[in-house]
Design a protein around this ligand. Structure first.
Ligand code: SER
Length: 349
């Protein structure tokens, strides 16, 4: 498997699913449209809910996207660990009552093992404990039965708030024994760093009300989500988000402005990571029309900006600088998100 840039990986994914009859749609804005249940788009499927629920007719029954997402649940951990971030991109292929498990599983395998050439021996699928159908499809696709893990509802039933949900099958990458906890029962689903879950195939069959009540939807759907940055880590053989090529270029820009080096001092590294992550989120949020405010998504933006500015001070930067770094964010993402280039002057201002 070749180390591929994040931008190349995005394109490979979208064109693979185009070759399987999917319509490629641009990322939807971060601001949810007609959906009061969310402040910000936090998954590839979120803007597509009306198509899953049959409330609107999709432009095609097969769609593929790379969706910009913001999740701030773990904001306090950002920077402290090298894993957490508030901004990420989610690759997804979706079926609105068209294909189901029989196609979604072998296509995922084909993309990973044939297009990206990830060795089969490093991939481990998991299935929902009661989903023998998915298990048999994985076996038919060529995965040895003993490499498939059955997991319970906590791991393998996907839902977020209310809306379409269902059992899922997750794909794990084995980073190698050196990352493991060494326990005899270490396997996909273990809390240690050995097996990373990076692609979630959701067999979206229910509409949940967010309070534990599920209604079977008329047609089963497919909703898959793969974190692009996580895939890039695997393909680039790096440990974390901040070492992925495009993200690292942003971090290096911050380090240049602060005149510090990454990996020299733990506290400095925290600040570099906070700023790098938050400037990614805020550049995209401003581009989508969000402004700093005292409540709602405007407050999220304000909080991210203030945290980034404060960490700038901690690095000894005593003048406005975030506007300079956002130019690197725009440059690194210009091809996939032309709106950033279009709104560049506005964002910088
Ligand atoms: N909805 C699932 C997720 O967000 C798969 O797209 O992980």
């Amino acid at each position: 498997m070749e180390p591929l840039s994040l931008n190349v990986l995005r394109e490979k994914y979208l064109s693979f699913f185009e070759s399987k009859g999917h319509l490629r749609l641009e990322s939807f804005p971060l601001v949810p449209q007609n959906d009061n249940s969310l402040l910000l788009i936090n998954a590839g499927m979120a803007p597509l809910k009306p198509y899953f629920k049959g409330e609107r007719v999709p432009p095609r029954k097969r769609v593929t996207t790379c969706q910009k997402c913001v999740r701030t649940l773990d904001i306090d951990n950002v920077g402290k660990t090298s894993r957490h971030g508030t901004f990420f991109e989610m690759l997804g292929n979706f079926s609105f009552g068209d294909y189901f498990k029989e196609e979604a599983i072998p296509w995922a395998w084909e993309f990973l093992t044939k297009v990206l050439e990830i060795p089969e021996s490093r991939l481990y699928p998991s299935v929902y404990v009661e989903d023998d159908e998915a298990l048999e499809i994985w076996v038919k696709t060529g995965v040895p039965r003993e490499r498939i893990t059955k997991l319970g509802k906590d791991d393998n039933f996907w839902e977020i708030g209310s809306g379409p949900c269902g059992p899922c099958s997750e794909i794990y990458f084995d980073r190698g024994e050196q990352y493991g906890c060494g326990k005899p029962d270490c396997a996909p689903g273990c809390d240690c760093d050995r097996y990373v879950e990076f692609w979630n195939l959701v067999f979206s069959q229910f509409n949940g009300d967010g309070e534990g009540h599920y209604e079977k939807m008329e047609h089963p759907n497919i909703d898959t989500g793969m974190g692009l940055e996580r895939l890039a880590c695997i393909m680039q053989g790096v440990d974390n988000l901040f070492e992925v090529d495009t993200v690292q270029n942003i971090l290096k820009h911050v380090a240049r402005i602060a005149d510090v080096e990454y990996h020299k001092d733990a506290k400095t590294d925290v600040s570099l990571r906070v700023i790098t992550d938050h400037i990614r989120s805020t550049t995209f949020m401003v581009s989508d029309g969000i402004l700093p405010q005292n409540e709602g998504r405007g407050y999220v933006l304000r909080r991210l900006l203030r945290r980034a500015a404060r960490h700038g001070r901690l690095l000894g930067i005593n003048e406005p600088f975030l506007y300079k770094v956002c130019e690197t964010v725009i440059g690194e993402n210009a091809n996939a998100y032309p709106e950033l280039v279009e709104h560049k002057d506005y964002i910088v201002k």
